[in-house]
Ligand binder design. Sequence first.
Ligand code: GLC
Ligand code: GLC
Length: 627
Amino acid sequence: MSLCLEERRQRWLPDLRDGLLTVYGDTGLVDRVEALMAAAFKARRPELQLRDTQRLLRPDWFQRESEVGYAAYTELFAGTLDGISERIGYLNELGVSYLHLMPLLLPRPAPNDGGYAVADYDQVRPDLGTMADLEKLAGALHGAGISLTLDLVLNHVAREHRWAAAAREGDERYRRYFHVFDDREMPERYERSLPEVFPASSPGNFTFDEEAGGWVWTTFNSWQWDLNWSNPDVFMEFASIVLSFANRGVDCLRLDAIAFIWKRLGTDCQNQPEVHAITQALRAMTRIVAPATIFKAEAIVAPDIVTDYLGTGERAGKVSDLAYHNSLMVQAWSMLATRDARLAEKALSSMRPKATTTAWATYLRCHDDIGWAIDDRDAASLGLSGSAHRAFLADFYSGAFPGSFATGANFQSNPGTGDRRTSGSAASLAGLESALDEQRDQADVIWTVGLRLAVSRLLCAYAFVIGFGGLPIIYMGDELGLRNDYSYRGVEEHTNDNRWMHRPSMPWDRAALRNQAGTLEESVYSGLRSILAARKRLPSLHGAVESAVSAGSDPAILLVSRRHAAGDVMQVYNFSERDAWVAWGELGDPSDRVVEEISGVPSDHTGEGFVVSPYAYRWLTGLSLAP
Ligand code: GLC
Ligand code: GLC
């Protein structure tokens, strides 16, 4: 085993060195990391070392068409960590192979941003279990073919974290872990170019702390203290946290708010080059000690720079393995609102290709709000105003726009910039909530035209994010079409954060209806399951492959093609509630046998083309694609 370690060290030490030297210069940090790696490797259990070998033999494991992700809050899905083990059967039934459990480390007392204000990285929330329970759960998931993802909150810690407490007590070593300024001069200079993440509930980026006697950098909430990553000690702390999670059996670390960790005067203090050098160093270290563990970047940034989080230029393939494809999600909702695929074609075609060893994490909804990341130039190329389109989307999905099918809410309206983001569950935004408004009894729905359309709309959008390629992540409850849950309004610490409307708890009584024909739950669940099952059969959905995206001659139609040596696929989506027409010539040359892979039904391709019914999605194989 140690022989193998030496091979890995030789393989990845240059990347580690390069990352560290770029950021920290020659400060002896490489030696400190080497010592840490040696200790962590010694502590690595044999079964995890075996996992390392297995993953090195199959380095594309997270890119494979067989991977299906699921994201859930432990407490809302299953109560406790032990409870999750009892729900493994449910996850298996859906085909899940990758589970992201939302923040579960000890946070500050509420409010704590849903756990994103960590007070202790060595302790699990006592109401969920212990570290031992977490390790046990990781083992149980692995046994069931499911990998485990946890959040690594590395931009900030809770004000209550012991580092912040020591800083307040005047300990110079810990004060240097943060950005604390004696007066307003520097904060004001930074503020000139800084945006606000939570303008409505937590305006500004600095908080005066009485005890610290200074202004503390707090990008998010006043009690989330940004860390000073220019301090090598901060790097060492997180290097150690990363390896300790890897040694507990965590397969993937979600790098929370990674875009924000490096600050530079005169910029928006996001996406700085040092962010990528730091990620490269952390990843190289992890490759050496625990190559079973990968990174996923949570960088909700403009479409033209998000690819950098998978590595571009000299860092291609050397930073995160996965990154959220925020733009894909935004375009899915934009197409549903406009019934037009042309902006999506423009936006998705202008993105830079990713490194072939990486993959997008694709999703339709998550625990966060939707920020309407529409690029002004993309919009302008279609004669649209970017800001007007963003405002339209916010209006549409809050339900304010006349005729909108959506039920959602504005999040963090910023009167200064005009920006508004949106909260709401996938089902409610897709129209299930308004279609069901008149109906009370969930088990016995009346299948109105509106309800059928809403279910098709939800499934069409999900088919698109699942078919796009990469690792699709289903957000808990979407598989049953769960609507907004307004009970957060009665919870004091949640009342001013309406993201809680799309963080429901799992209604297991309704989940029990998922295989009962005629129920709403069954219609969404079985639809999603057939899409996921088709995905697993199609090598062209491997994450390494790039999608080509274009609008049909009928602009309600989106075409997504993926080329693969094992066989291409051409996907056809109708993003409108009317029939649309597609000519075979738009797709390619039909062979003798064209199959729609989700239904498994051969397509008759003798005519000129075919009608695509409202919100229908078809994944066609057996075509020779136009060059
Ligand atoms: C990430 C999380 C979000 C949180 C923020 C601050 O963006 O997804 O929920 O508010 O980081 O930690
Ligand atoms: C969190 C916020 C989201 C913001 C993002 C930036 O996800 O909820 O609104 O855009 O952080 O990373």
